[in-house]
Design a protein around this ligand. Structure first.
Ligand code: ADP
Length: 206
């Protein structure tokens, strides 16, 4: 991506903050979306490129009966044990980063939205790869309620995940742009419209 004459927006936020919802709205405006979660799913699907390393690190039981990563089992291990989490991240993050760079390079378009859940947690690595850092923001209780409604995960598990992520204040402190997702979808959509217009104006100034 380095040297590319297009605007690169890093879109981040805590679990359930509304990253995917915001990315869908940017996509409707024609932005190119490259989503770290989607790539993580591909890498850990049956036959996915990260599976051999994951099996070597965590044993064959880390697969479900289709051969894909057993996400619930992996989540339990990763959030109960910081070393397991670090090992998981050391396997997945470099692979996600390289597939994202490749996907971004292959897809034309004058601005690119990189959706990265842990962007602020790994700011040193990501900052050189983006021009704008956009945070989707809402209070933790809204995140919790939305994730529960989306996935049925137990509140304790969601809180455990949130406790490993950057805080709301840490994200806001480094944001160039903020999407306030406390309100309804219409409220989010209006803000994405405005930000999209702004990003387009940056692109056309270049
Ligand atoms: P993330 O990608 O940050 O984890 P999502 O975009 O998946 O978050 O949003 C979490 C859940 O909340 C999803 O089920 C989504 O449809 C829903 N959601 C997102 N934004 C809103 C909103 N403004 N109003 C109502 N529900 C929302």
């Amino acid at each position: 991506m380095k040297g590319a004459a297009r605007l690169r927006v890093g879109l981040t936020g805590g679990i359930g903050s509304g990253k995917s919802a915001a990315a869908d709205l940017f996509a409707a405006h024609g932005a190119v979306i490259v989503d770290a979660d989607v790539i993580a799913h591909e890498l850990t699907s049956s036959g996915g490129a990260a599976m051999p390393a994951l099996v070597e690190a965590f044993g064959p039981d880390i697969r479900d009966n289709t051969g894909a990563l057993d996400r619930a089992a992996m989540r339990q291990r990763a959030f109960a044990d910081p070393e397991a989490r670090a090992l998981l991240e050391s396997i997945l993050h470099p692979r996600i980063g390289s597939v994202m760079r490749q996907a971004a390079a292959e897809r034309p378009g004058d601005y690119l939205v990189l959706v990265v859940p842990l962007l602020v947690e790994h700011l040193d690595r990501w900052r050189p790869q983006i021009d704008r850092l956009c945070v989707v923001d809402c209070p933790p209780e809204v995140q919790l309620a939305r994730v529960q409604a989306r996935s049925g995960l137990a509140a304790e598990m969601i809180e455990a995940i949130m406790s490993t992520q950057a805080t709301r204040a840490q994200r806001l402190a480094v944001a160039d742009d903020v999407l306030d997702n406390r309100g309804d979808r219409e409220h989010l959509s209006r803000q994405v419209d405005a930000l999209h217009a702004r990003y387009r104006s940056f692109v056309h100034k270049n």
